[in-house]
Design a protein around this ligand. Structure first.
Ligand SMILES: Nc1ncnc2c1ncn2[C@@H]1O[C@H](COP(=O)(O)OP(=O)(O)OP(=O)(O)O)[C@@H](O)[C@H]1O
Length: 353
């Protein structure tokens, strides 16, 4: 199916004779609309150039028509119409400023937590694998610079290759395309990241990794509310954040700060996940509430965000994560895996993943 990105990429192949730039960069492509294979756009040109621009319009129309999954194409020149619609009269560039999209990536979901060690990476790994098991094209970016754990959780190692010295080839396991800052550093080397370095590294991971076509890119954030969170939300079009917390008061207090930050950044909160909700004894199945119970449900209700799942504290979840095959992959039919799969299905049903 043709997307806005694929149409823009094709239009970028055409040169604007007036400026010498491609027609997208020159800002003359306006009001692009791609819906169910039908593509509409306008070339806004100076009326005195209308004649000279006709071949450009015809080429644009023909090129887009030749794209796979495109049916009807309507390419109009504003110089042809008596009066251009008001929003086409500005001289702003075609691409909106502000958060950018990662080429080929349809959606970005951030997995965040206020506090460290609450199981954010475990949730991100299982959610990515669960979405892949549902047939989604999934990427997982481990942006947890302070404790990158995805290589271990997804069972991948080795340095990612960069054949051209510019782009980075991600690794892949359990149906998930994965990249981690942990793969770019030595295993036991402590890395001290400074703000600008962090932002540069994140930008590089998002834009220079060859993610390919993805339905969703899951970003496993570091705990807290720091530079990585800010850069991600300000520079990239993040579709939503999922906040992971344990039911403890301290974790919840920090989770609230995280939610406040995303609210300020206008990143939608997709919901909260209560991890280590109840402990289920792997011998007798007895349940107990190690970190208290119901804290996240109450908090989610208070903040008006959905509670997406309650994940039990279970030895199998830790063993699976430490063994390089998350529980969703190693024991897909277990109730523990189901707690994650339920979130994945829910996100897909809502068109969020
Ligand atoms: N529901 C669970 N049941 C059992 N063990 C769990 C569960 N969730 C997480 N763990 C274990 O707890 C530890 C911490 O989890 P994880 O690394 O996912 O936390 P985090 O919030 O990402 O931590 P960090 O602060 O390092 O980013 C890991 O050993 C993981 O296997």
């Amino acid at each position: 199916m043709a997307t806005r990105e694929s149409v823009l990429a094709e239009l970028k192949q055409i040169t604007d004779p007036a400026s010498g730039q491609d027609i997208v960069a020159a800002g003359i492509v306006r009001a692009l609309n791609v819906e169910d294979g039908a593509v509409r756009f306008v070339l806004e040109v100076d009326p005195t150039h209308a004649k000279a621009m006709e071949p450009v319009r015809a080429e644009a129309e023909a090129r887009v028509k030749a794209l796979e999954g495109v049916g009807n194409v309507s390419a109009m020149m504003t110089a042809h119409s008596q009066k251009a619609p008001p929003d086409l009269k500005t001289s702003k560039p075609a691409e909106p400023k502000g958060p950018q999209k990662v080429p080929g990536v349809d959606r970005i979901i951030a997995i965040a937590s206020g506090k460290g060690g609450v199981g954010k990476s475990t949730v991100a790994a299982n959610l990515a694998c669960a979405l892949a098991a549902e047939g989604r094209r999934v990427g997982l970016l481990d942006a947890d610079v302070y404790g990158p754990s995805q290589p271990r959780m997804l069972g991948v190692s080795g340095r990612p290759a960069s054949p051209d010295g510019k782009t980075i080839l991600p690794l892949r396991n359990h149906g998930v395309t994965m990249m981690s800052l942990g793969l770019m550093t030595n295993d036991d080397q402590a890395v001290v990241w400074r703000g600008p370095m962090l932002m540069g590294a994140l930008q590089q991971m998002m834009m220079q990794v060859q993610w390919g076509a993805l339905d969703v890119l899951i970003v496993d954030l570091p705990p807290g509310t720091g530079d990585v969170q800010l850069t991600l939300s300000q520079k990239f079009a993040v579709d939503g954040a999922i906040i992971v917390s344990t039911p403890q008061d301290v974790a919840l207090l920090d989770a609230r700060k995280g939610i406040d930050m995303f609210n300020q950044l206008k990143t939608p909160i997709l919901g909260m996940i209560e991890n280590m909700s109840t402990h289920i004894c792997s011998n007798c199945g007895h349940e107990e509430h190690v970190f208290g119970h119901g804290g996240v449900v109450a908090e989610a209700e208070k903040l008006g965000v959905p509670l997406l799942s309650e994940i039990p504290l279970h030895l199998d979840i830790r063993l699976a994560a430490d063994g390089g095959a998350p529980i969703v992959v190693s024991k897909p039919d277990s109730p523990q895996a189901d707690a994650f799969r339920h979130v994945a299905r829910n996100l897909i049903a809502k068109g969020l993943a």
